[in-house]
Design a binder for this molecule. Structure first.
Ligand code: PLP
Length: 402
């Protein structure tokens, strides 16, 4: 194919022409995908080592998930929650069981699950803990990423995410991530919740010091504060367990889930907690037109069934060990540090060699798609269905660009 025959440049220009520039995508226009591989409009194949920021934990077009979606498309797609549909109960029951919680509240995007968690925690604070109305405080960590709504960016420490989107929602305190003493000092009688990512993805796949979450759990229990784990990116098999917080031997009061819950097909998110927490919501106080719709529930049920087997968690643990072994071997050879768990890694490239953006551009040229984050860090998160050979291939490409 000559350069003149290529469809990518025109497709890129069209995409730029008609959209707000709120992303800076790599110059790749994808048209087809299967498993861990995607194909662009010119027929070039790439290994997908971002996997939709973990929304594609089960790979592109997982046959079981696609079959569940097809079957549901032929029967019923939407009712709104004004009526009950026959896919709802099974999804909620299975997801609650996976989380070992009593109740589930389905939404659509991750940010909506976070918003729901915040609202529930505040309501719980007023009704159950007895915090004076309007005084509830929620403690979050510096360098967090929980989504893009006006309330959520109000407690972001990322200038790009936050600046010039004010006025900001009050009621949040920010403490350093991984610092138990700072958290202890920030808790007041009005604290209703501590909201944390078990591993900070956007910040560069940061794993906090061992014992941190045990300390968080202890402080929350002692002070009658809810511990909310944002497992939207870290959960559902990504780290080698159903939830990343399991590695810490800690149980949160509330799980926030999203991304992979929709099987890479539809946006599905959820909050899971016990009755004493989620039970504070009464009819009319919270909802969503699309949350818990029949198609979402059918796909979500199929996702939970995949996780019930434990197969994907195990794959992630085993292949994750191989990934981290391969990455650690590059330390001192262009890589400064590697973090993460399971099939999830943050890789600090030596900034003297290249930026993170240059690294992912060079990887893309070699047929591997990944995402940079701050500075010279790149994130690797292939589908949990990736093969050993594909993993080794991607590692070889990384070694080659270094
Ligand atoms: C930890 C975490 N929470 C929340 C979100 C927001 O999810 P969504 O983009 O679906 O709103 C993300 C997205 O990257 C995330 O990584």
């Amino acid at each position: 194919m000559t350069d003149l025959d290529m469809r990518t440049p025109g497709a890129l220009a069209d995409a730029e022409r008609w959209t707000a520039h709120n992303y800076h995508p790599l110059p790749v226009v994808i048209s087809d995908a299967e498993g861990a591989w995607v194909t662009d409009v010119d027929g070039k194949r790439y290994l997908d080592f971002l996997a939709g920021y973990s929304a594609l934990n089960f790979g592109h077009r997982h046959p079981g998930l696609i079959a569940a979606a097809h079957a549901q498309l032929d029967r019923l797609t939407l009712t709104s929650r004004a009526f009950v549909h026959d896919q709802f109960a099974e999804f909620c029951q299975r997801l609650a069981a996976l989380c070992d919680k009593e109740l589930v509240l389905p939404m659509n995007t991750g940010a909506e699950a976070v918003e729901t968690g915040i609202k529930v925690a505040r309501k719980w604070g007023y009704q159950v803990k007895g915090v004076p109305d309007g005084q509830a405080e929620i403690i979050v960590a510096a360098d967090n990423f929980h989504g893009r709504t006006t309330t959520i960016i109000s407690f972001s420490t990322d200038a790009d995410a936050r600046n010039e989107f004010g006025p900001y929602t009050p009621g949040f305190k920010i403490v350093p991530y991984g610092d138990r003493d700072a958290l202890a000092a920030a808790i007041t009688p009005n604290t209703v919740a501590v909201l944390l990512e078990p591993i900070q993805g956007e910040a560069g796949v940061l794993v906090p010091p061992a014992g941190y979450f045990a300390g968080v759990r202890e402080l929350c229990t002692e002070n009658n504060v809810l511990f909310i784990a944002d497992e939207i990116q870290s959960g559902l098999g990504r780290t080698g367990k159903s939830f990343a917080i399991e590695h810490e031997g800690v149980v949160p009061d509330m799980y926030l889930l999203g991304k992979a819950l929709g099987g890479g097909i539809v946006p599905v998110s959820a909050v899971a907690a016990n009755k004493d927490v989620l039970g504070v919501l009464k009819p009319g106080e919270h909802g969503s037109t699309f949350g818990g719709n029949p198609l979402a529930c059918a796909v979500g049920t199929a996702v939970v069934k995949l996780l019930e087997t434990g197969e994907f968690q195990q794959r992630s643990a085993e292949l994750g060990a191989r990934l981290h072994e391969g990455l650690n071997a590059l330390i001192g050879r262009g890589v400064l540090a590697v973090r993460g768990r399971g099939l999830w890694a943050g890789v600090d490239i030596d900034p003297q060699l290249m930026t993170g953006r240059q690294a992912v551009e060079r990887l893309a040229a070699r047929g591997v798609l990944a995402k940079d984050t701050h500075g010279s860090t790149i994130r690797l998160a292939p589908p949990l269905t990736v093969t050993e050979a594909d993993l080794d291939h991607a590692l070889a490409q990384l070694a080659a660009i270094l």
